[in-house]
Design a protein around this ligand. Structure first.
Ligand code: SAM
Ligand code: SF4
Length: 356
């Protein structure tokens, strides 16, 4: 198809980056995202009586996975990617939920990789199930990987993710490097009193393994609304704590839409980055939108509304009509998130159902 124009919002930001969630399901239960139990959700406030911490009568947590019929097919996802690419999107990240849980994910990767203008195709995963898929994903055209790893301590990893999966995630990092999914980035969400004592250890890991460690501030996006500002470790503090132990050199910013400040760790190997959406918002340069697994476009992580593409996708709309719809949606992109504002309202969707 041909369609003039780009995806430009009313604040003159041009959208180049599309994050596609391909499933809302996950096999981990990270305390800051999809906690399994009341205790996990309230890891830092054991006596909480928050009304948001709802439980079923049988005391199991409430998760409502979307029925398969509501989840976009690979064909539908690829079509949105193609239309977005025709409007200037050149970077796509596949995420979830846990994207590797989606059967045949390598086929979707190869379909998206074949969309011409996409020059950067990556995936964010918790790393489970990856060793068996690594080669196929690489061959399908995946360019690079981000693997989440919040702790290098087996017990703490289990406390954070609800699963005893540290060994497999470490193996996934090794394999991602060996099959050439480069650079390998690691996402570590830092939460005070949960894993902030591991900051320097994680930075050292980046150096030893020659990977890019990205420390992320804790954001208000979990199922139980458990976020609390006191547990956000500001990006500046993360850097101070590493700089006290390791030689850090600030690296120049790659491009204005980059979300992280970057630092080298000396001797060439490894890099760290800090993503500080809470204390140093980067909304003014935001060039991304998200497509949820059930076909909704979200113009901001913290949007309170969303825009459903499914009716158009499933009722025979043309590519031109879809492109028009995308362009109209982008005009509604918010100037920025309002974390910290007195009237801030946490979105209903958790990170696992948005796609990080
Ligand atoms: N399941 C995959 C994973 O964990 O990598 C992909 C989806 S996950 C929602 C994407 C990223 O969002 C992960 O790196 C995760 O740590 C991050 N994330 C989830 N909830 C968060 C929160 N409340 N604050 C900051 N980052 C969060
Ligand atoms: Fe953890 Fe990612 Fe699953 Fe959320 S979606 S629970 S961050 S593994």
């Amino acid at each position: 198809m041909t369609h003039g124009g780009v995806l430009q919002d009313t604040h003159n930001r041009i959208i180049r980056d599309l994050r596609i969630s391909i499933t809302d399901r996950c096999n981990f239960r990270c305390v800051y995202c999809l906690p399994e139990t009341e205790e996990a959700a309230n890891f830092y406030r054991p006596n909480s009586t928050s009304p948001n911490n709802s439980r079923q009568a049988n005391n199991s947590p409430i998760y409502h996975w979307k029925p398969r019929s509501q989840i976009l097919t690979f064909e539908e996802i690829t079509r949105v990617a193609r239309v977005a690419a025709s409007l200037g999107v050149n970077k796509i990240r596949i995420t979830g939920g846990e994207p590797l849980l989606r059967q045949g994910v390598e086929n979707l990767v190869s379909e998206i990789a074949a969309v011409g203008p996409i020059r950067d195709l990556s995936m964010t995963t918790n790393g489970t199930g990856f060793p068996a898929l690594a080669k196929r994903l690489k061959e399908a055209g995946l360019g690079r990987m981000t693997i989440s790893l919040d702790s290098l301590d087996r017990d703490n990893f289990k406390k954070i993710t609800g699963r005893d999966g540290l060994a497999e995630v470490l193996e996934s990092i090794r394999i991602a490097k060996s099959v050439g999914l480069s650079p390998v980035k690691i996402n570590a969400v830092i939460i005070r009193e949960l894993n902030d004592h591991e900051i320097v250890r994680l930075a050292n890991f980046a150096h030893e393994q020659d990977v890019i460690m990205r420390f992320i501030e804790f954001m208000p996006l979990g199922t139980r609304q458990a976020w609390d500002r006191e547990h956000v470790v500001p990006g500046a503090e993360i850097i101070e704590r590493i700089a006290a132990k390791l030689p850090l050199t600030r690296l120049p910013a790659g491009n204005p839409s980059e979300t992280s400040t970057r630092w080298s760790l000396g001797q060439g190997a490894g890099e760290i980055g800090v993503i500080a959406p809470v204390t140093q918002p980067f909304c003014g340069n935001c060039n991304r939108i998200r497509l949820t697994a059930d076909g909704k476009i979200r113009t901001c992580l913290f949007s309170l509304g969303e825009h459903d593409l499914k009716p158009a996708l499933r009722s025979g709309a043309s590519d031109i009509e879809l492109a028009d719809q995308l362009q109209r949606i982008i005009l509604k992109k918010e100037p920025g998130h309002r974390i910290g504002a007195p009237d801030f309202v946490q979105p209903e969707r958790t990170m696992s159902r948005i796609g990080g």
